[in-house]
Design a protein around this ligand. Structure first.
Ligand code: BDR
Ligand code: CA
Length: 308
């Protein structure tokens, strides 16, 4: 089993990613969920992570609350996409329990230090603030990080701005730290995640699974999405990260050099992907470009069916 930490800002697609991880305990040892400000402020992303943990019946997995704002710039959130509480459509009760004591960044450091070399996979699904802070606080943990599989950036157009994808835009300085950290990175940017849209038939089948998880996912995937950024339907950006851990053969990409724009102009948070190797720089990420979306949702539905 692969030992993973999910760093997240739920967010509907984050919620589906967490549920997929819960449903994959045979393959993934989820050590902790760490929360960050992003889609909504961190108090709410933490509450949401706890609500999803309850939904999945996984009270055994600790949730640690993390950074409340980006490293340098002010926090910008996305309630206009994900609703006032970040989980519009899920219809979940308040959490049954609280977050674990201690800061998410310290939890990441402690979990990495306790692991063997290459022993932890970090799965960030939101702005990269917690990871950047952990790498600066404790650079000794870097050899423990086997790989970072992240949702962020874009090969082509952005969603929150013409140039930038939301997670990279919200904390561009943290993204620059992470892309410069020297550990293996698998990047899921918008080019691939906008392909991850379930069909009407698949969404209907999720609603008929008959479990609470299926009901919540169906609610999130069918709610009206007036603020939807650059796509019809509900792209499952963040679940691609977990799906890649489970079924890498569904995806194709290329090793590339990726640069993150940290300036405050219209390119803020832009990820420049040197797809054709023009810059002659060593690749720092495997940039995923395509997904077999129908197959991905077929497999995801099978897994969601096993949840409470
Ligand atoms: C990313 O932004 C968030 O709103 C989603 O949860 C996803 O992580 C997509 O740009
Ligand atoms: Ca997210």
């Amino acid at each position: 089993r692969e030992a993973i930490v999910i760093d997240t800002d739920p967010g509907q697609d984050d919620a589906v990613a967490l549920l997929l991880a819960f449903a994959s305990a045979d393959r993934l040892e989820l050590k902790a969920i760490t929360t960050v400000a992003g889609n909504v402020p961190v108090a709410q992303t933490t509450t949401n992570a706890l609500r999803i943990r309850d939904l999945g019946g996984r009270g055994d997995i600790p949730v640690f609350r993390g950074a409340e704002r980006p490293l340098v710039v002010a926090l910008e959130t996305a309630e206009f996409v994900c609703g006032p509480d970040g989980l519009a459509g899920a219809d979940l009760p308040a959490p049954a329990s609280e977050a674990a004591p201690g800061h998410a960044v310290q939890a990441i450091v402690d979990l990495c230090r306790a692991a063997p070399d290459d022993g932890i996979t970090l799965c960030p699904l939101g702005p990269l603030t917690n990871l950047a802070l952990a790498f600066r606080l404790a650079p000794d943990i870097l050899p423990k990080v086997g790989r970072i599989v992240l949702m962020g950036g874009a090969v082509g157009l952005g969603n929150i701005t013409p140039a930038a994808e939301f997670n990279a835009y919200v904390d561009p300085h943290a993204a620059a730290v992470v892309f410069g950290c020297g550990r293996p990175i698998v990047m899921f940017g918008l080019g691939v995640t906008l392909q991850a849209i379930a069909s009407h038939d698949q969404i209907a089948r999720i609603g008929r699974l008959g479990n609470a998880a299926g009901k919540a996912v169906h609610g999130m995937l069918t709610r009206p999405r007036p603020g939807g950024l650059g796509s019809d339907g509900h792209p499952m950006h963040d679940p691609c990260v977990i799906a890649y851990l489970l079924w890498p053969a569904l995806f194709e990409g290329r090793d590339c050099f990726v640069a993150v724009e940290t300036g405050d102009g219209p390119l803020r948070g832009r990820t420049t992907i040197d797809w054709n190797g023009r810059l002659k720089r060593a690749p720092n990420a495997h940039v995923v470009a395509t997904v077999k979306a129908h197959e991905l949702f077929e497999r995801m539905i099978e897994r969601l069916a096993t949840l409470p």
